[in-house]
Design a protein around this ligand. Structure first.
Ligand code: BG6
Length: 482
């Protein structure tokens, strides 16, 4: 679908996210004819850049992410960019920004449509939202806002931020972005569940024993120690990405595939989210911190990290719902920095069935989200020459050419914003439930900190702390991906 005319304002136009993700994604949309010719993009940040300098940056960003570029197209694309030096605390700067947006609206016939993208440090979100309202930056056409994560740092601050934003934007116009919802294999969860009788019929608590979500990263916190100290793995990865994946796995079947039906089904599930009590948290949750090695820093030695920090770089835990197809089924998750390899995967572990062969294993359905995308089902068959059972994987794979074609999450999600499709964005009601859960865990950990308890230490480039192997409900459960 072709987009409609728009003036887009990116707060954080000189930042890393804009450079690595937004500019290349916008260029790809432009190349496919998915951005209307009548568009202008204003990048704002504190630095005193010129329009020309921003255009060079945009062009560099595209070159860095593309092996081949049509230079004429890129020059034409970059000519739509304008730079406005902007201090988010300065009222006058919002007036200047408003005037520039209006001028570009006239020049590009953008019909009063505005899209604001908050791509800077989250501590500024509230202030920007307030100024958008106070200085009347919205216009006469559509007004949409994209908000990066984290949306708040607990339920109370998320609520405050939401109030600031809803002063100028209605819920339907707020796009809380979670780039995991733009990933191919995350978008594949519902089709897999809903279109295969083989899978649909076993997707319930009679057949599924547990689900395991692993988002493992090989890298450490890199240069983001300062940010990470304010978030930790729980807020950085669980509150958003892991919970969205779990919601897609456990939600009841939506009536339809439109945004309203999807969000209604998610809401129905989340109203039955079980908030664990202190005892359950002690039993089923583990937080960890990576140690150093000859070649690498320990988390506590990373730049901008307090030497006695209790911030977790790893977390494992359990989520359960009272209702839905997976009512009471344990959904285990773990995520961490400096783990053995980059691997985002979901293992759906089916219950054992007694059989005449004795030792046969259960079937598992595995979805690999990153870095290689695939789905496989482990099944049992006979060994060729010996007696006994062998295990094989039935695979759903992508060819290299297909993998190439898969758009980046940001490209998909930006397009969704342009065409006003909020299916793959976080609704406020979902976020509220996620924060309630996270707040309970954080509160328990704060109590532990007061008692002098520290996160479990783990060696870099393994699978996290050993204690994470003991979070299960029963002795017959273990991590399938080891
Ligand atoms: C981001 C987190 O949301 O997701 C980062 O802030 C993390 O800490 C990243 O590295 C992981 O995303 P992906 O797509 O590389 O799995």
């Amino acid at each position: 679908m072709k987009n409609i005319p728009v003036v887009m304002v990116i707060f954080g136009g000189s930042g890393d996210l804009a450079h690595r993700k937004l500019y290349p994604a916008l260029f790809n949309l432009y190349e496919q004819g998915l951005i209307h010719d009548n568009f202008a993009i204003i990048g704002t940040a504190r630095r005193p850049w010129s329009h020309e300098y921003l255009r060079e940056q945009v062009s560099d960003a595209v070159h860095e992410t593309h092996s081949e570029v049509n230079e004429n197209d890129l020059a034409a694309f970059a000519s739509h960019f304008y730079y406005q030096s902007h201090d988010v605390t300065n009222v006058e700067h919002y007036e200047t920004l408003k005037n520039l947006a209006q001028e570009l609206d006239d020049r590009y016939s953008a019909q009063g449509n505005r899209l604001f993208y908050l791509a800077m440090a989250p501590r500024f979100f509230e202030q920007i939202a307030q100024h958008i309202n106070d200085q009347n930056l919205t216009s006469t056409g559509f007004n949409r806002i994209v908000v990066e994560k984290p949306f708040g740092r607990d339920l109370a601050s998320a609520q405050e931020l939401n109030e600031q934003i809803t002063a100028s934007f209605s819920e339907d116009d707020i796009f809380r972005i979670d780039h995991y919802l733009g990933k191919e294999m995350v978008q594949n969860i519902l089709p897999l569940r809903l279109t295969n009788p083989l899978i649909k019929n076993i997707w319930n608590n009679v057949n599924i024993k547990n689900i395991q979500v692993t988002l493992a990263e090989h890298l450490g916190v890199e240069a983001r120690g300062g940010y990470y100290e304010t978030s930790g793995a729980l807020r950085d990865m669980v509150q958003n990405h892991i919970f969205q994946i779990i919601t897609l796995l456990a939600m009841p079947e939506p009536k339809d595939l439109d945004s309203k039906s999807i969000h209604a089904a998610k809401q129905e599930l989340l109203s039955s989210l079980i908030i664990p009590d202190e005892k359950e948290i002690a039993q089923h949750f583990v937080r960890g911190q990576y140690l150093g090695s000859d070649m690498t820093f320990a988390y506590l030695q990373e730049p901008n990290v307090a030497p006695d920090s209790n911030t977790e770089t790893f977390v494992a835990g359990e989520v359960k719902f009272k209702q839905g197809p997976l009512a009471e089924v344990p959904i285990y998750f773990r995520t961490g920095k400096e783990m053995r390899e980059k691997k985002n995967r979901i293992d759906i572990v089916l219950k054992h069935m007694s059989n005449q062969y004795g030792q046969a294993h259960s079937n598992n359905i595995t979805i690999i989200i990153d870095p290689d995308m695939q789905i496989f089902i482990t099944i049992n068959g006979k060994k060729i020459t010996e007696t006994g059972i062998r295990r094989e994987n039935l695979g759903y794979l992508f060819s290299a050419a297909e993998q190439e074609k898969i758009p980046d999450g940001y490209e998909r999600l930006l397009h969704d914003v342009f065409v006003n499709d909020s299916t793959n964005f976080t609704h406020w009601s979902e976020l509220k439930s996620y924060w309630k859960f996270i707040d309970a865990i954080e509160a328990a950990w704060q109590r532990e900190n007061k008692q002098g308890k520290k996160p479990e230490q783990y060696l870099p480039y393994r699978m996290g702390p050993k204690a994470a192997n003991q979070i299960f409900d029963s002795a017959t459960e273990h991590w399938i991906y080891e």
